[in-house]
Design a protein around this ligand. Structure first.
Ligand code: GLN
Length: 547
């Protein structure tokens, strides 16, 4: 039977609750436990799939095709446990399930209420797969006191009562602001936050307090006394240079011991942190550096490309170099020359994206990389733009473009080298879509297999000719130009098993130019960098040595 850890936040948002949850997961693993992490988001969207990356950061995709919160990316990167559809839930999803049941008549004429119908739905969700793990960690999005969050807080309160005593604990993350003028660390906001939590029936067992420095004994005792927590369960979460030091830092601060104490687990199982020691050593002791330009659309908000930034860091760790990332807004190239801005980078990455804005700039970036033999990694839209570039500038299809942009503009302007995919095979069944389908959850989503050509660069990089990777897109490169493009040197080196959908293209007369229709960044881990990112950075490192 699993033990449950509920993680809540207070005072302000963006304190790193997801990271703290992920770090606790990794520390429990280091003590040889099985864990699963879950995110409960109070917003009313059914899932984050339709939310703007500017607003909500990246959408993280699971193998089973769920579009989830980016915190699930942290969970996977820290624990290596592949997240599932059932690890991410929102109020929107809960309410739509409850309303569906109501329409079906499942409630047999009862009046439907937040308690018990909505809270029961949340409780059922929390317990999915509870027999598979030793610890289930559930993070509640937002902060205590948010109106939408109330059903979730109520549900976890009830849940802990339903379970035998000692099977659930509560961890609350807050901020200790430092007032420079008086040189003091203030505990009052945390006291208020805990008071808020207690007013809805929840008492934290562990307080994790974000602070710039150490928490002096006086403040620690004050927090313990006023918040009714043991002094050694007041854990300092200091700012770190790298997020990957978090497991080690939280261990030093006593967090895993506090968790074991809260569950009365004694003696503590042996701890092996060697994985994280190695990760920290690679992060903090690079032997060189490379400069990578990410030419994208959502460059104002780093979280929009969270997994890509992390995967590049992992690639750097594998090669023992620091990766300096520069975000370049693709739109700039619509009015400015590419060369002065992109010269000096050891590699160029064009990430995924939606809509036409900035795409002409991405095409120029791909052309620059091809012509100047700069390592190029094109991900999803970044692959589609590389193929359009090749069609326009190498085989002379001057009006090559994507149907996505024609759909958006409502008129035909391009020869569709990238077209809207309406029917494809998933496992043993066919999936069909129409142009005017709902936007939410209707893309080609989740893990799909690809077959790689023996002897290709990617087959070598992967060390295999059979792979599976995660997808999230609606449009697809057309194979009608395959022969012409291959004759010109653009090899279609990865295809869907039925040979219809191009998964990978590579320029054969280029040191490293690869476009992938999927999102390799989603599967990269600090302790197991993705082979494409590892090799991309290796190529960048080689260039950096030449210049
Ligand atoms: N907009 C493109 C498509 O839907 C690419 C999507 C992406 O980059 N994730 O096919």
């Amino acid at each position: 039977m699993a033990r449950f850890i509920f993680i809540t936040g207070g005072v302000v948002s963006s304190l790193g609750k997801g990271l703290a949850s992920a770090a606790v997961g990794s520390l429990l693993q280091a003590r040889n436990y099985n864990v699963r992490l879950r995110k409960l988001d109070p917003y009313l969207n059914v899932d984050p799939g339709t939310m703007s990356p500017f607003e909500h950061g990246e959408v993280f995709v699971t193998d089973d095709g769920a579009e989830t919160d980016l915190d699930l990316g942290h969970y996977e990167r820290f624990t290596g446990v592949a997240a599932r559809k059932t690890d991410s839930i929102s109020s929107g999803r809960i309410y739509s399930t409850v309303l569906e049941k109501e329409r079906r008549g499942d409630y047999l004429g009862k009046t439907i209420q937040v308690i018990p119908h909505v809270t029961n739905e949340i409780k059922d969700f929390i317990s999915i797969g509870e027999d598979e793990v030793d610890f289930m960690l559930c993070e509640i999005g937002g902060t205590v006191g948010d109106i939408e969050g109330l059903p979730f807080f109520e549900a976890i309160r009830q849940f802990s009562q339903d379970k035998p005593r000692g099977q659930c604990i509560f961890m609350h993350l807050t901020l200790l602001p430092f007032i420079k003028a008086s040189g003091e660390l203030k505990t009052k906001p945390t006291q208020h936050s805990v008071k808020e939590l207690r007013s809805i029936g929840l008492a934290p067992d562990i307080l994790v307090c974000r602070s710039e420095g150490e928490i002096p004994a006086k403040e620690r005792e004050k927090l313990a006394l006023f918040c009714n927590v043991r002094p050694d369960s007041v854990i300092a979460a200091q700012d770190l240079k790298s997020i990957y030091e978090a497991p080690l830092a939280y261990h030093r601060a006593g967090l895993d011991q506090a968790v074991l104490d809260a569950f009365s687990i004694d003696p503590a199982p042996k701890l092996d942190l060697s994985r994280w020691d190695d990760v920290a050593d690679r992060i903090y002791n690079p032997e060189g550096q490379v400069n990578v330009a990410i030419v994208g659309k959502y460059t104002q908000l780093e979280d929009a490309y969270k997994s890509i930034a992390e995967a590049l860091t992992h690639g750097g760790m594998a090669n023992r170099v620091r990766v300096n990332v520069e975000w370049v807004d693709a739109e700039i190239f619509e009015t400015q020359d590419v060369a002065p801005l992109l010269q000096g980078f050891h590699a160029i990455l064009v990430p995924g994206g939606f809509g036409e804005r900035g795409t002409e700039g991405k095409i120029k970036a791909a052309q620059f990389a091809r012509e100047h033999k700069v390592p190029y990694l094109g991900i999803c839209l970044g692959m589609q733009m590389a193929v359009i570039e090749a069609a326009r500038n190498v085989i002379g299809v001057s009006d090559a473009g994507s149907e996505e942009f024609d759909h958006e503009a409502g008129g035909k302007r391009f020869e569709p080298v990238v077209y809207h995919l309406k029917e494809w095979v998933q496992g043993n069944h066919k999936v069909a879509r129409k142009v005017d389908d709902d936007k939410g959850g209707t893309m080609r989503l989740g893990a799909y297999d690809a077959s790689l050509s023996p002897g290709s660069q990617v087959a070598e990089i992967y060390g295999s000719t059979e792979i599976d990777e995660r997808h999230r897109h609606r449009y697809e490169v057309d194979i009608k130009y395959r022969e012409q493009l291959e004759a010109a040197g653009l090899r279609f080196s990865g295809m869907s098993p039925d040979g219809r959908l191009p998964e990978i293209v590579e320029w054969t007369d280029h040191p490293w130019f690869i476009g992938v229709q999927f999102h390799p960044e989603l599967k990269s881990k600090p302790f197991k960098p993705h082979p494409l990112f590892q090799d991309f950075i290796r190529a960048a490192k080689e260039i950096s040595r030449l210049v």
